[in-house]
Write a protein that binds this ligand. Structure first.
Ligand SMILES: Cc1cc2nc3c(=O)[nH]c(=O)nc-3n(C[C@H](O)[C@H](O)[C@H](O)COP(=O)(O)OP(=O)(O)OC[C@H]3O[C@@H](n4cnc5c(N)ncnc54)[C@H](O)[C@@H]3O)c2cc1C
Length: 296
């Protein structure tokens, strides 16, 4: 069985930040990722609040961090995890059993769905979670964003520059996004906000979204629906203490299990952002480095 001082699960900004600190301290690490380095960053169109960059595309920032981490030659494994045994410090993936001394959980969170009929089969066929990935496919078309917080409003702003018409469907009567985003939205001419509305049905044609039905029975023709209605933490694999699925940590980002840390968007916290996720990864790593120095 391969053994590592620290295994990091998840290669978003939190996991990669932890990796940079650990490798610079000469600690033997493995990063396990079951998708693409950068995580949710790859879905962000433009980042304007990460220090050091006035404005940067999410994928570019993800690649910058990935390249920085790779300059220290960490071990990477791109595979699914099938079991996590926190009592015996063993991770099983589709091809390996791996032993660790320390574990950092940095698996982030995923987008919520509406749970309506036929939703699963329409994902990728007119239902998307990523405006920056899929928006260009709907140039000069009509699209709909569902939600009213920062992601929804940012998505609508991005899509307003590409699409002919953008609807925002929001179940409350006032957007929850930052003021600056609301101000930008007010300056657009092709975004229409429908407040106090919920989608009750997807109407499809040839296995693709054609329209949506709302709770007032109104039907809106739309070529794509972008869901931006919240998140579910990717914490199911881990038998640690949680609050509403988010992992509970202390000030050092330790969970209730010995030598098991968690950081980034998978933990319970107040601010789910890049700058917090990066710093949490660094603090978790620093704890491991300090314990290693003490011989713990
Ligand atoms: C559209 C959008 C725009 C945003 N804009 C901004 C912004 O402007 N400014 C800002 O500060 N923040 C923004 N955010 C939030 C920011 O992207 C997140 O806070 C941040 O990326 C969280 O980083 P993370 O490393 O905790 O998680 P993630 O980025 O989610 O990374 C987690 C990683 O773990 C992997 N993973 C999950 N489960 C497993 C598993 N079982 N095995 C192996 N790997 C696994 C995932 O594939 C992923 O790569 C935005 C988010 C979105 C979606």
């Amino acid at each position: 069985m391969e053994e590592y001082n620290t295994i990091i699960i998840g290669s978003g900004i939190a996991g990669m930040s932890a990796g940079i600190y650990l490798k610079r301290a000469g600690i033997n690490i493995l990063i396990i990722e079951n998708n693409m380095p950068g995580g949710e960053l790859n879905k962000a169109n433009t980042i304007e609040n990460y220090p050091g960059y006035e404005s940067i595309n999410g994928t570019d920032l993800a690649m910058n961090i990935y390249n920085q981490l790779n300059s220290y030659n960490p071990d990477y494994l791109f595979e699914d995890i099938t079991n996590v045994d926190l009592d015996n410090n063993i991770i099983t993936t589709t091809s390996k059993k791996l032993k660790y001394k320390n574990l950092i959980i940095a698996t982030g969170r995923r987008s919520k769905t509406l749970g309506l009929e036929n939703e699963d089969k329409l994902i990728g066929h007119g239902i998307s979670f990523c405006a920056s990935c899929d928006g260009a496919l709907y140039k000069d078309k009509t699209v709909t964003v569902v939600g009213g917080a920062n992601t929804a409003v940012s998505d609508a702003l991005y899509l307003s520059k590409i699409c002919k018409k953008v609807y925002i469907i929001y179940r409350k009567d006032n957007l929850r996004s930052e003021e600056i985003l609301k101000e930008r939205l007010a300056q657009t001419t092709n975004v229409e906000i429908l407040y106090n509305r919920e989608i009750t049905e997807y109407i499809e044609e040839n296995n693709k979204i054609k329209a949506i039905k709302l709770n007032n029975n109104q039907e809106i023709e739309t070529d794509c629906l972008f869901l931006a209605i919240g998140y579910i933490p990717n914490s199911e694999l881990f038998n640690v203490e949680k609050i509403n699925g988010y992992i509970k940590v202390d000030n050092n980002y330790k969970t209730n299990k010995k030598n098991v840390y968690a950081c980034g968007d998978v933990i319970k916290k107040d601010l789910y952002q890049l700058v917090t996720s990066a710093s949490e990864g660094a603090i978790a790593a620093n704890n491991i480095i300090e314990n290693q120095a003490k011989g713990d």
